[in-house]
Design a protein around this ligand. Structure first.
Ligand code: NAP
Length: 372
């Protein structure tokens, strides 16, 4: 019924850092069944809300007619390595990016262990919006596989009004932590305040230049960010840095984490070859943790928070399928807020709500990003 644009749709569309047809070819070499994915077209998209049309053999948990959302972890689980944390499966892939038949389509193909119940108080497009980023933020920030955030932790959140950041901010607030939200405009600052964040840094207004030139960073700028954080927090340093901009911010992120603090990263939007001063890391016993999407349990727990009305979708704008290129362009140019939705089979916005009483209770929060 609906899907959403993730940054991976941008990467696929611009063939950066690699063409995703290579992923399909590699997946196709695995078995006769996976060969079906290796096609001269790639149906992309890693989120969906919709209805189960048919199930294959061996699927007992779901049946035709079930209203669902899908998370994007595709695993084979034939190798022992994946049976503790399924993200460790050697055949772990992101559906609709490293596999074919993704969510930006009228029909999608998923494994049964990608399905989750659709939150009944949300429309199709709202239910499709949190998926990938919500589960990623959950593992990265909350799960013991990520930063294992606790009450009172000070969390620096880059891109706090963006896809990942808008969920990380809500999770920090919900979990009793203190988010320090970084954004790049007064409008975005307003949005994160509307979510309940009190400590906000406008990186454009501050004019941080962490890199002097292409090769060298400026530690004075790291210090300037650190000073700003202390000013806002009343002297506290950062327990957890929620990282994803990568090259441009990583040196600063390592610097501002407090002694024993954690830098947890899931991406490198501005470049994947990072540089940081390792003295600050080892002398201050900081940790860098790599995080990637989420296992089924984490995705389930993240979706449950949406279902319980503890975390809300951050859907700002919805496009039709014919305008999906523009939807992806908005995300690429960073002119969007929160999440950008796409109607795939739903004829109009606003359909799919089954629990109106619950919706009424959370309506303001659900609509916080709409029209921005
Ligand atoms: N590993 C995974 O499982 C996983 C999952 C989801 C996403 N990702 C990756 O994570 C990245 C972010 O995804 P998203 O959905 O959150 O994208 P998004 O909606 O574009 O949000 C990212 C935010 O980061 C901030 N930002 C961008 N460039 C920056 C820079 N150079 N310095 C500081 N801040 C910068 C921007 O906020 P301001 O301009 O307001 O500061 C932007 O809104 C992408 O690279 C995506 O591929 C990885």
């Amino acid at each position: 019924m609906a899907s959403s644009v993730n940054y991976n749709t941008v990467w696929t569309s611009i063939f950066e850092p690699v063409s995703t047809f290579g992923f399909l070819e590699r997946y196709g070499r695995l078995s006769d069944l996976t060969k079906r994915h290796d096609l001269p077209y790639h149906v992309v998209g890693s989120d969906l809300a919709g209805v189960v049309l048919a199930v294959g053999p061996g699927v007992n948990r779901w049946k035709a007619g079930d209203e669902v959302v899908a998370h994007c972890l595709s695993v084979e689980l034939e190798d022992p390595a994946g049976h503790d944390d399924t993200m460790m499966d050697p055949q772990q892939r992101i559906w609709g990016f490293e596999t074919n038949f993704g969510g930006l389509a009228e029909l999608a193909l998923v494994k049964s262990n990608q399905l989750l119940p659709k939150p009944a108080h949300l429309t199709w497009e709202e239910a499709a919006a949190p998926g990938l980023v919500n589960a990623t933020a959950y593992r990265q920030l909350v799960s013991h596989n990520g930063a294992n955030m606790k009450q009172g932790d000070t969390v620096l959140i880059w891109g706090a009004s963006g896809g990942l950041g808008s969920y990380a901010t809500q999770m920090a607030l919900n979990g009793g932590a203190i988010p320090v939200c970084v954004v790049s405009s007064p409008e975005k600052a307003e949005i994160v305040k509307r979510m309940g964040a009190e400590l906000v840094i406008d990186r454009s207004a501050e004019g941080y230049r962490f890199w002097k030139d292409e090769h060298e960073q400026d530690p004075k700028e790291w210090q300037r960010l650190g000073k700003k954080i202390r000013e806002l927090t009343g002297g506290d340093d950062i327990d957890i840095v929620f990282e994803h901009p990568g090259r441009e911010t990583f040196g600063a992120s390592v610097y501002v984490a407090k002694k024993g603090g954690t830098i947890v990263t899931c991406a490198s939007t501005s470049g994947y070859l990072h540089q940081f001063d390792n003295r600050y890391l080892w002398m201050n016993l900081k940790r860098i943790i790599g995080s990637h999407f989420a296992n089924y349990k984490e995705a389930y727990e993240a979706n449950r928070l949406i279902d319980k009305g503890l975390i809300h979708p951050t859907l700002s704008k919805v496009y039709g399928m014919e305008d999906v290129g523009q939807a992806a362009r908005d995300v690429q140019t960073n002119t969007h807020q929160g999440k950008v939705g796409v109607l795939t089979l739903a004829p109009t916005e606003g359909l799919g709500v089954r629990d109106t009483a619950k919706r009424e209770q959370h309506l303001d929060a659900i609509n916080r990003f709409r029209g921005l």
